[in-house]
Design a protein around this ligand. Sequence first.
Ligand code: GAL
Ligand code: MG
Length: 987
Amino acid sequence: MTDPLPALRPWSAPEITSWGRLPMNAVDRRAGAHSLDGDWRFQLLSAPDAPVGGAWSTTVVPGVWTMQDTDDPLRSTVDLPQYLNIRMPYTEFPPLSPVDDNPTGVYEREIDIPADWTARRIVLQVGAAESVLLVHVDGRPVGISKDSHLAADFDLSDAVRPGGRHTLRLTVVKWSDASHIEDQDHWWHGGITRSVLLYATDPLHLADVTVRASRDGALVVDCRVRDAGGALPEGWYVSGELDGLALTQDTEFDRANAEDERVSVFLGEARLRARVPEVRAWTAETPELYGLTVRLHRADGSVADTSRHRVGFRDVEIVGRDLLVNGERIYIRGVNRHDFHPLTGRTVSYDDMRADLVLLKRFGFNAIRTAHYPGDPTLYDLADELGFYVVDEADIESHDHAHEIADDPRYLNAFVDRVSRMVLRDKNHPSVIIWSLGNESDYGANHDAAAGWVRRHDATRPLQYEGAAKRGWADPDLASDIACPMYAPLEDCVAHALSGEQTKPLIQCEYSHAMGNSNGTLADHWAAIEATPGLQGGFIWEFWDHGILQSVNDGRPVGRGGAGLYDNGVAAPGYRWAYGGDFGEKDHDGAFIADGVVFPDRTPKPVMYEHRELAAPVRLELFRHEGLVVSNHQHFRGLEWLAGAWELALADGRTLTAPAELPSLLPGETAMVPLPLALPEDGGEAWLTLRVTIAEDLAWAPRGTEVCAPQVLLREAEVAVSAVSAEEPPVSGGGVEVDEEGLLVHPLLTAAPTLSLWRAPTDNDELGGMALRWRTWGLDSLVRKVVSVRRDGDSVTVLAQYAGTTGVVRHEQVFTPVEGGVRIDELAELPEEFDDVARVGTVFETVAGLDRVQWFGQGPWESYPDRSGGAPVGHHALPVDELFTPYLRPQESGGRHGVRRFTLSGPGTTGLTVTPDEPRQVSVTRYRAEDLTACAHHDELVPRAGCVVHLDAAHRGLGTASCGPDTFPSYLVAPGVHRWSWSLRTL
Ligand code: GAL
Ligand code: MG
């Protein structure tokens, strides 16, 4: 007999979403289940029709074959990861996919059915397989399913024998009609990505449990009971208990449903209720959970089935244009999170998920959008437990063929199936506050059908869909309760909120694209959000840089064995973080896959520190120089969980400290506190920082973890350029040596200070088109020509021209000897056509051996003019090598904003101190801009022995133009005259 499953050709039949797949529900069967994870026999075929051979290799489940044993000689096809953003990896139109080139994994193993599962209902659960799963037991067809990011359960009761041993085969076909609605912007993989389980229930079992718990303590639990045999015996009942509190049967509900209160589950439904006195409500700040146990009893009272849930009492509602949690208008400090791991691709463990969330918590995030498909069930458990608001997004993105598919009736079933299954699975999680219909799939009848299902099934949560919202942020008829644009210009958001037309909360589903050195203007966004009623935040795109650990030698993904081959964001020598194109893909979208706020090993990028500060629970303001105003910026809790310490940084090098007592403040309250330290008469510029840490160990951070460090300026610098002011008398006879080219000769410099208008383009500079303009103007290869060298007493004035291809910059340097060194007064005049350059400043290079930098200014993290929050002014010190941020594709990196003074030093070497006239943008790295520009991957960079130092009079903001708005005009570098001064002294 031919196998009916392949004969159906389900991989090109969108109408077939599943066959034999059980309905989704919220009864968690993981506890007590038998894990089938581990080694399976495996074959990789070139197409689903290709014959299964006799030779098997072994692979680990869960896992993706695109990253596991990719050099396995038994594979009849090589299938490595491929990165494409929008374009499908093949040209077939939906619902078709390649016929001959369609990698298909055949997984096989024996399963032993416990003998005591006699008369039980035996169920197989495949956590996730992409994209089509066919199931056979002993060669008999059992089921089909699609949706690469939801589990599929199959009833094996008729196919297996308790006490018996059977062969389970899972065939996973990579390309299908479903791939066209799984066209999310990440790596394409193939395999079984989540755990496989076997569990058993009584034939009469809890088929679903729906929990509603509101902040007033009211709990309603609806239970659905089903008999696999189709009949429901009399006398069975359900009971419930919440942390020792017994739930009561809602007889009204029973009567209405069954018309006989004795047979409460006669029609398979029962409702339980409780009211919890003095309930501790759930919020992301206060993730209070209660344990609920629901039991199905036989007529004799014995327990036939048990379902355990963790309940959070909370309300979500939209009132007017505000999204409220427990009646409070919250801010959404969100991030978009994909399933990703540099060694396992799409398979993420409990520890991985927990580490993601813990890190986000430590950096002030309170919300996650599960971009762009439902996560592993564990993710939601962790979100409930650690405290996150979740936008739960269905696995639908048809980006490349969005318009065709949104109204294609062949896909109707798939849309409703994917959305409804997600809702049925996740409805009991307090963390899930919003449902999302998917991403970038245009807007059509298929969406409205899915939206209709959700609204009917779960009226307790809002629904969002960007594709609908973009038809009109205030349109009441669309399938989105939230105006959830992506990358909307901030001014448009503010204008909408002020227009009087706003009807829905405005929460961007994606904003602040984190590709490379990015996230400029994040602070401006938050200033506007906090100042503008109607704006409630958004989700940064995205959490991960999806770099896959790759061996440079053989080009293969390293896979599971790679633990320890990376550290601090950097791959070990001989390895690199692969992005699009690195696996030899013909079609790819390059480094667009590296656009997260963390590196592929989860090392936070500098923007995380700014985010942490923007999310600070405690804020500080100066009150008329007499005292301080401390405020509690949380929504739901006091400051008891926090501790503080004062730190006063003085320009003269001192840092004074004092213990801090945080005032007792309710959410939103403020208090005046006296200045904690007497400000010394001398010492110059003075900055007071409140270092706020966690007072007691928490689930997501140990005691002492810094949460924020708000800072106020207590005293401004008296004289802007005390060290180099024009009043400072030149040291006569000090002598300044310049060569015939007018270049400074200095024993510690290997390249004299010259003018720089160029930076190694960031991803934003490249994709936003700025870099192209800069290259067209020739700013990357300005040709310097000395015009004159004039001595005037002890000073030397050098005039030079820097010629680009379309304009000439006039540059003047006046060198004046000062105590211990030289002062340099500079002027650059940019022609009008250079109306938006990367920087105007000085660059020079030092001798080797100066390996340490100490500075007074913002730090210690990297900062730029439009991304400078979260880096308090103080005295910082780091090895030169650690100043550089290892963005996957080398680009401008390592800058520090607001630098007032810095010293380069090394053991046994004379050091250098540079003092600019005012706080300036500075970078000290091992790389010239051209070194960075010439390399495609971090591992290709060859560090120079000395330091490359940039000191900028002006530096362009970073913006987010790789996907979204550029920086604001106030952060651009204008043409015309720029002046700056600085001194260079030896120690
Ligand atoms: C959005 C999309 C994301 C991602 C991002 C750019 O348009 O929803 O999936 O592609 O842009 O990185
Ligand atoms: Mg897309």
